[in-house]
Write a protein that binds this ligand. Structure first.
Ligand code: SAM
Ligand code: SF4
Length: 327
């Protein structure tokens, strides 16, 4: 019988986010350094067997209920359906966050392999702006990826949109309308200080309250119960679906945080903003047993903070950018 993993603040940790690669075919300005990243050597990256082993310990020993694959860009990793199949066999809620650019080709295979849900990132509906933000002229590909995800039967398909003042804040209503028309929940996300160039500034964060007010003025909204999810959710009063707002900066939801993160090279992070990590790869490759892995996981969860300190003098920016953490 799994024993719940409870952190020092009484939160049950049951959600594992796995960055399966640090590589990415995009270079989003709010996430990665302008000049790009130095990719890790392939031998540094956990194999599918190693990822599965960590996931299995989390599920079988501690009853983790959900696993999300992320990156970098998870779809650039070869033979992704193989990993999906192995993790799906653990019987968890299995999802993926992707930029969607290659989903048109892979959505069906991933769905058949057992992937349950996808979140697709989309920050602009204007081709020129999309290319400026992501470094790729790929808006049409991402829109095709969204349609392919819907056709493949992922339930639900969601869209993530990072709103940055002076970059795309004027597209909130257009993106919300796309979500309404396609029957997709769009989640607007506050820009967090995890970009690659240290360009983040509080003044460019569009507060969740401002986004909510703008959408609500156009289409009246009704609040929906939230649970441990980071998004505050609202239903459109006219019955045309839902919209979510993730106010990580102005309305932190650390009190209900139930997750840990595994980086592509096997470092366990107990917070998005953690400044230390537990080296699970060393345990995996050093002949460690599942008990050793479990001990390392428990110790790191035992150090989980009550919450991040963005906006506070005590806040320390992590050395990693979001593309190396996974979101
Ligand atoms: N490449 C995939 C993608 O873009 O969906 C997965 C990895 S990406 C790091 C995961 C999520 O983090 C995306 O939805 C992305 O928009 C979001 N993200 C990246 N940098 C961010 C930042 N500085 N603040 C808030 N969200 C960010
Ligand atoms: Fe790549 Fe995703 Fe970061 Fe964009 S947000 S650079 S697609 S990892």
């Amino acid at each position: 019988m799994p024993v719940p993993l409870i952190d020092p603040h009484g939160r049950t940790v049951r959600d594992l986010r796995i960055s399966i690669t640090d590589r990415c075919n995009f270079r989003c300005t709010y996430c990665m350094p302008h000049e790009g990243m130095q990719w890790l050597p392939r031998s540094d990256i956990l194999s599918y067997e190693e990822i599965e082993r960590v996931a299995r310990v989390c599920v079988e020993r501690y009853g983790f209920g959900s696993i999300r694959l992320t990156g970098g860009e998870p779809t650039v990793r070869a033979h992704l359906p193989v990993l999906v199949g192995r993790l799906a066999a653990l019987g968890v809620d299995l999802s993926m966050t992707t930029n969607g650019a290659t989903l048109a080709a892979s959505a069906g295979d991933l769905r058949r392999a057992g992937l349950g849900r996808v979140n697709i990132s989309l920050d602009s509906l204007r081709s020129d702006r999309f290319a400026k933000i992501t470094g790729r002229d790929a808006l049409d590909k991402v829109l095709a990826g969204i349609d392919a995800a819907l056709a493949a039967g992922f339930a639900p398909v969601k869209i993530n949109c990072v709103v940055v003042r002076g970059v795309n804040h004027d597209e909130v209503l257009d993106l919300a309308e796309l979500g309404r028309n396609k029957g997709i929940e769009i989640r607007f996300i506050e820009w967090m200080p995890l970009d690659g160039d240290g360009q983040w500034s509080q003044s460019q964060v569009v507060p969740a309250g401002e986004i909510l007010a703008e959408v609500g003025r156009r289409w009246p909204l009704v609040a929906v119960a939230r649970g441990a999810a980071p998004a505050e959710r609202f239903a459109y009063a006219d019955g045309r679906g839902h919209v979510g707002i993730i106010g990580s900066v102005t309305e932190p939801f650390c009190g209900s945080c139930d997750r840990v993160r595994l980086t592509a090279e096997g470092q366990l992070r107990n917070c998005l903003f953690a400044v230390r990590e537990a080296d699970l790869r060393q345990v995996l490759r050093g002949g460690g047993s599942d008990d050793d892995l479990a001990m390392a996981i428990e110790a790191e969860v035992g150090r989980k903070w009550a919450g991040h300190n963005i906006g506070n003098v005590h806040f320390i920016r992590p050395a990693r950018s979001m593309s190396q953490i996974g979101g």
